[in-house]
Unconditional design. Structure first.
Length: 80
């Protein structure tokens, strides 16, 4: 008798939830960073605003990656 519980769906479901949770955390960071950008724009601090724009771009890429992973896992595909 084997201890296998069947296909990998439970693992994929857990991994999907982790990826979604990570994406939610990143979205919160994205929101906070966007608010910082708005504050800098109001203060006309262009140099700092450019730096924050770079942070926003990186966070957006991370969110997109995590959502892609969650989508792939939910579809049963291996994550990239």
């Amino acid at each position: 008798m084997s201890d296998d519980v069947g296909p990998t769906e439970p693992t994929n479901a857990g991994e999907t939830e982790q990826a979604l949770g990570r994406a939610e955390e990143l979205l919160e960071r994205l929101k906070a960073t966007r608010e910082e950008l708005e504050r800098l724009a109001a203060a006309e601090n262009a140099e700092a605003a450019v730096d924050v724009l770079g942070e926003l771009a990186e966070l957006a890429k991370e969110v997109e990656s995590e959502l892609g992973k969650a989508r792939a896992r939910a579809d049963g595909s291996p994550a990239a």
